[in-house]
Design a protein around this ligand. Structure first.
Ligand code: YH5
Length: 283
């Protein structure tokens, strides 16, 4: 009893993340066009206010990302990526009671943002970039390893799997082993099936349906489907009309055991999580 209870607690810098229950992670994009509302606030003020609103709505984590992983997005230099995220990481760490996750594959960004107060490294490339394993290990922070094949620019070119869930599981198991080789303990790892990354609609739906099988790897799951094209394609909805589909997937993900939901719509998703918890706490 005690050992299971203890193993759900992850030390994220100076904050504890208790994965005995489900958490909502708010998405904070800090690519140049994200907060250019033409107003009199600086980009960093606008981003901080957005982070503040998500924290007030119940996000326990804020995922700060300075690199666009959309197909066709321009490559960003490590320095440019760091300039985008450093100030906002520092300000959130100083002003808000949340765990800062950094959505990055760049070793120097991992090291520097950890120093500025980040609590979690979220790498869609699963620490496969040169130097990323060592950089992540040096921070001592927990890491989220996500399944993807190829690079964002080519990942949607005819993705094929013989055994989708098995191959996603094998990939994540291999990345856990690579982490072990540099001293990142399995206890610090969160796993993510990588919805929308190198997967067709049918792959995404099938992986979602069977994601429970990934619990065999023994680590908590993070799910990111908010506003993604799997909702758009399944429901024929443009990106601005994917909230209800996303909330349905959020509820399903919780029932399938996901412990972190990475979303744009924090308040709505927090209600989903709380409502499920209320029912589960009933006699
Ligand atoms: C993820 O799943 N995704 S960036 C296309 C969209 C909407 C959203 C309009 N970072 C994940 O959020 N990190 C991203 O359609 C992530 N898991 C983890 N761990 C892509 C994104 C998005 C893309």
């Amino acid at each position: 009893m005690t050992s299971t209870a203890l193993s759900t607690r992850l030390l994220c810098g100076n904050r504890v993340l208790d994965l005995a229950h489900t958490h909502v992670m708010g998405i904070l994009n800090v690519t140049p066009d994200s907060f250019s509302d033409g107003g009199c606030f600086s980009q960093s003020d606008a981003a901080l206010r957005h982070a503040e609103a998500m924290a007030a709505a119940g996000a326990t984590l804020i995922d700060v990302g300075g690199e666009s992983t959309r197909p066709g997005a321009r490559a960003v230099s490590p320095l440019e990526e760091l300039e985008r995220v450093a100030q906002i990481v520092e300000r959130i760490a100083r002003e808000l009671d949340v765990i800062i996750s950094v959505d990055t594959s760049t070793p120097s960004v991992m090291r520097e943002t950890a120093r500025l107060g980040a609590g979690l490294i979220n790498d869609v490339r699963s620490l496969q970039r040169e130097g990323a394993l060592d950089a992540a290990a040096a921070t001592g922070l927990p890491v989220c390893l996500m399944h993807m094949r190829g690079e964002p620019g080519n990942m949607q070119d005819n993705p094929r799997y013989d055994d989708l869930v098995g191959e996603v599981g094998d990939f994540l198991a291999e990345r856990i082993a690579q982490c072990a080789s540099v001293g990142i303990a399995a206890e610090k790892i969160i796993l993510d099936p990588g919805f929308g990354f190198a997967k067709t609609l049918q792959h995404n739906l099938s992986l979602f349906k069977h994601m429970g099988a990934l619990h065999a790897l023994g680590r908590p799951l993070l799910v990111g489907v908010s506003r993604k094209s799997m909702i758009g394609q399944a429901l024929s909805r443009p990106v601005g009309e994917r909230l209800y589909g996303g909330l349905a997937l959020a509820a399903l993900a919780v029932t399938k055991g996901a412990r972190i939901l990475r979303v744009h719509d924090v308040a709505e998703t927090v209600d989903v999580v709380r409502m499920i918890a209320a029912v589960e706490l009933a006699e």
